[in-house]
Design a protein around this ligand. Structure first.
Ligand SMILES: Cc1cc2nc3c(=O)[nH]c(=O)nc-3n(C[C@H](O)[C@H](O)[C@H](O)COP(=O)(O)O)c2cc1C
Length: 354
């Protein structure tokens, strides 16, 4: 019998009540990195809606690691208190709270989508960091090329952020190494032409991510899961490939990473993506089959049948939905009904369960 969408999944000592995760989604609604009522209601609703894992948005490990001034952050201890309120609400409603730790690299210092989405120009702008003097777009401002001491500081920032995340009650930590942000920039030859230990060969380009995974894994209790989100391909000739991703996943598995959250793209404006339902799932499937690591499938998964088929066909261990969860916070409750599963509704809502 194949595993289905509503079968619990246990990773280390954490059990997810089903295989459905809220994919990390920036809300651009923080001031000075702080979570607030918006995040409590937004994330809390999706826990009430039945998700197995509620992953908080890209959360910056340092102020300059934010995409926009409105991003969530976790670079100081003061951020912890409100986050505890969120994780405790999510947990009380049967979901596992997770957080995505991030640094935006050369894609930082932008305006939020509804404020123009452009590089900041005024005195709110800051100097971005990058592996190399290679711009995402020609019109972008110059980034500062990271020194070895910047790289060491970045590892310390991820480690400190992980410790704060644990203090805040998160039980899954995901390192964001996708979508053209800083760690993805190190991985890809399109954005990394360094000639030191952090550039050139495959081993050198993945070094920073491996070091960060080691530091974060060491900071975590052995019974909690560590995820990494990658872009499985740059979708550009001469860029990062699915073969690179398979090799990387094998290395990360040996360094204590439990699940590869398999996205793609975002590191080059030249990318050509054949967007279609579930278009990234074959990457999750291949990484899972070739390395034995758990994977998450994400990208245009919008129906209960699609989500269930991915799990039942053993293409991935978890599905992460983003935009569908914005349309329907109760997607898991609705999916259960559509697929014929009887799952618990919150006590307060049972009179509406048909
Ligand atoms: C509003 C919004 C914000 C997002 N923010 C993040 C983020 O913080 N981190 C991340 O890895 N991906 C982010 N993404 C990408 C999603 O997690 C997901 O990978 C992508 O939307 C494809 O899934 P979907 O087709 O289910 O929306 C965001 C997507 C949306 C729509």
């Amino acid at each position: 019998m194949s595993i289905t969408l509503f079968e619990p999944l246990t990773i280390r000592s954490v059990t997810f009540r089903n295989r459905i995760a809220v994919s990390p989604m920036c809300q651009y609604s923080s001031i000075d990195g702080f979570a607030n009522d918006w995040h409590l209601v937004h994330l809390g609703s999706r826990a009430v809606g039945g998700a197995g894992l509620v992953m908080m948005e890209a959360t910056a490990v340092s102020p300059e690691g934010r995409i926009t001034p409105d991003d969530m952050g976790i670079w100081k201890d003061e951020h912890i208190t409100f986050l505890q309120r969120i994780t405790s609400f999510i947990s009380a409603h049967g979901a596992v709270p997770g957080v995505q730790l991030a640094h935006a690299g050369r894609k930082a210092s932008h305006a939020s989508p509804w404020k123009g989405n452009k590089p900041l120009q005024d005195d709110t702008a800051w100097q971005t960091l990058a592996p190399s003097a290679l711009k995402y777009k020609d019109t972008d401002p110059d980034s500062r090329v990271m020194s070895i001491s910047d790289i060491q500081q970045l590892t310390r920032d991820f480690e400190a952020a992980a410790k704060r995340a644990l203090a805040a009650g998160f039980r899954v930590i995901e390192i964001h190494a996708a979508h053209g942000y800083l760690l993805n920039e190190f991985l890809s030859p399109l954005s990394n032409n360094r000639t030191d230990d952090y550039g050139g060969s495959f081993e050198n380009r993945i070094r920073i991510l491996v070091e960060i995974c080691e530091a974060v894994r060491t900071a975590m209790p052995a019974d909690l899961p560590l995820f990494v989100r990658i872009s499985a391909t740059d979708w550009v000739d001469g860029g990062w490939t699915i073969e690179d991703s398979v090799q990387l996943a094998g290395v990360l598995k040996r360094h204590g990473v439990d699940l590869i959250d398999t996205s793609s793209g975002g590191n080059s404006p030249l990318q050509k993506i054949p967007v279609a339902p579930m278009y990234q799932t074959p990457f999750a499937e291949r990484i899972k089959k070739e390395t034995g690591i758990l994977t998450g499938a994400v990208g245009l998964i919008t129906t209960p049948a699609e989500a269930n088929d991915i799990i039942a066909a053993n293409k991935a261990d978890m599905v992460l939905l983003a935009r569908e969860f914005l349309r329907d916070p109760y997607f898991p409750l609705h999916a259960a009904k559509a697929l014929g599963y009887d799952v618990n509704w919150p006590d307060q809502y049972t009179r509406a369960k048909k």
